[in-house]
Design a protein around this ligand. Structure first.
Ligand code: HEC
Ligand code: HEC
Length: 330
């Protein structure tokens, strides 16, 4: 069968793609040296990230793997770090009470939060507490993780949380839980050797430069859809549902199993900043700033789970212009 016919059928296309990807993985995985990035002058040599320059062949790489590392300290603390790591990459399995969708932290923070230009979390624990604009108050790392659960993991849609009446009640039900402490232990471990005030040059780089932002009224969903079908649908599915590639599965990009409409990724420019630097998975950085924004607009023009407490957000700060799921009339 000619390749073009093979590739026009979604099932065959996926099989071909998987074979190509697996072959790349096999041949190049052993020889990649991922520790050259952001060498940080620190005697433990811990503050390094997996490179963003390579793609599928480093999908499984970690700079520090807590399941293999010989971690000194109290056995209970070590066990907590390891549970936190598992929770990070397989969130719905390990935190079913707090998951109202299919998302894992590691879907958006690639390589378990250790990859350059993919929302890395190395060193980030040392930056908290920090002011949070959406909440209008200081946020601890616990508050931040709790917020991720409420929005990115749609905990507000998990059965156990449905009876809650306000955001503080939900936050209270989440923040004291063991899963949150485990995740915090993993993130603290990723920040070992960092002190408050240290510069983290890899932080907040998943952005589009101010001068390159396209006003949301000028973004074009039809153009975004065309680009999505061309560059993304192979792995994410034509309905954004996410397709498995070997043992890695892309997360859903919209629909009832995706992040909710109060999440950071539900903002056009925030999602565009992720897409621009970390996707397409096989050639990250290949899209233009503008195309990333049209695609983000298309993805975030779909229905997704509703965060029911949006009217309690941005009470002190203005609602950002790209938070299109928010009602501006309040
Ligand atoms: C749908 C994508 C997505 C998922 C899933 C997700 N996050 Fe995030 N996360 C983001 C984005 C985007 C940001 C950047 C800030 C924002 O919200 O605008 C972020 C920021 C963070 C930060 C702060 C980083 C900094 O530099 O200040 C932490 C900590 C964090 N996430 C932890 C988690 C944890 C733990 C989970 C799983 C429980 C998780 N995230 C799941 C998208 C996601
Ligand atoms: C070769 C396969 C592949 C292609 C092509 C691809 N992605 Fe992904 N994408 C993935 C995988 C796999 C993940 C999850 C990564 C992980 O869990 O380590 C992912 C994660 C994401 C995420 C994080 C949230 C989620 O639901 O997983 C977004 C957003 C995303 N991709 C958008 C895009 C967009 C937009 C395009 C097209 C410009 C694209 N991707 C192209 C494989 C791909």
């Amino acid at each position: 069968m000619p390749l073009s016919i093979l590739m026009s059928n979604p099932v065959y296309r996926c099989i071909v793609l998987c074979l190509v990807l697996m072959a790349t993985v096999r041949t190049t995985r052993a020889q990649t040296d991922d520790t050259e990035f952001y060498p940080y002058d620190d005697s433990t040599g811990t503050a390094r990230l997996v490179s963003s320059a390579t793609a599928m062949e480093t999908a499984w790489d970690l700079v520090r793997n807590p399941l293999e590392a010989d971690i000194p300290g109290d056995a209970a603390d070590v066990a907590r770090i390891r549970r936190g790591f598992r929770l990070f990459i397989q969130t719905p399995q390990y935190a079913p009470m707090l998951s109202g969708n299919e998302m894992a932290c590691g879907h958006c923070h690639l390589n378990a939060g250790q990859r350059e230009l993919a929302l890395p979390l190395v060193g980030v624990a040392s930056a908290f507490p920090e002011y949070n604009k959406r909440a209008g108050r200081m946020f601890t790392l616990t508050d931040r993780i709790t917020g991720c659960f409420m929005r990115s993991m749609n905990a507000v849609g998990a059965t156990a949380m449905l009876s809650a009446h306000d955001p503080d009640q939900v936050a209270g039900m989440i923040s004291g839980r063991e899963e949150v402490r485990d995740l915090e232990a993993y993130l603290d471990w990723l920040s070992e050797g960092f002190a408050p005030g240290d510069s983290l040059p890899w932080r907040r780089r998943n952005t589009i430069g101010r001068a390159d932002l396209v006003p949301t009224a000028m973004l074009d969903s039809a153009r975004g859809e065309k680009l999505f079908m061309e560059h993304c649908a192979n792995c994410h599915g034509e309905n954004g549902e996410g397709v498995a590639i070997g043992d890695i599965k892309a997360g859903p990009l919209w629909g009832p199993r995706s992040w909710n409409d109060g999440a950071g990724a539900a903002r056009i420019y925030t999602l565009a900043g992720m897409i621009r630097h970390m996707m397409p998975y096989v050639s990250p950085g290949a899209l233009t700033d503008e195309d990333a924004q049209h695609i983000s607009y298309f993805i975030n023009s779909h229905e997704r789970p509703v965060y029911p407490f949006k009217s309690s957000d941005y009470l002190k700060e203005e609602i950002p212009g790209d938070a299109l799921y928010y009602d501006r009339k309040k």
